[in-house]
Design a protein around this ligand. Sequence first.
Ligand code: ZN
Length: 101
Amino acid sequence: MSKKCRSLPKIEPLPGSLQADLKTCGKPTCRCARGELHGPYWSHRWRESGRQRRRYIRPSDVEQVRAGLADWRRLNPPTRSTRELLAELRRLFRQLDALAV
Ligand SMILES: [Zn+2]
């Protein structure tokens, strides 16, 4: 467990997504047994070197993580795959060929 600075003034871009989970604790007398689940428990999921990672987020940090995710999406708009780009290149070359004739 690393102790991190409690109040991070700077928003760091974060990849991945935020997930809210509602849970039952298993006690038959608990309110969750009647459908009033506990939570939400927040977690941040992202991919790192091909692996799915996950960390739990304190409720007080949710807004910061949300801002970080939005920042990441702004900086990294969805890109087309290399295969799609190659297909488009081939299409363009064919058009060039047609024009050259
Ligand atoms: Zn419960």
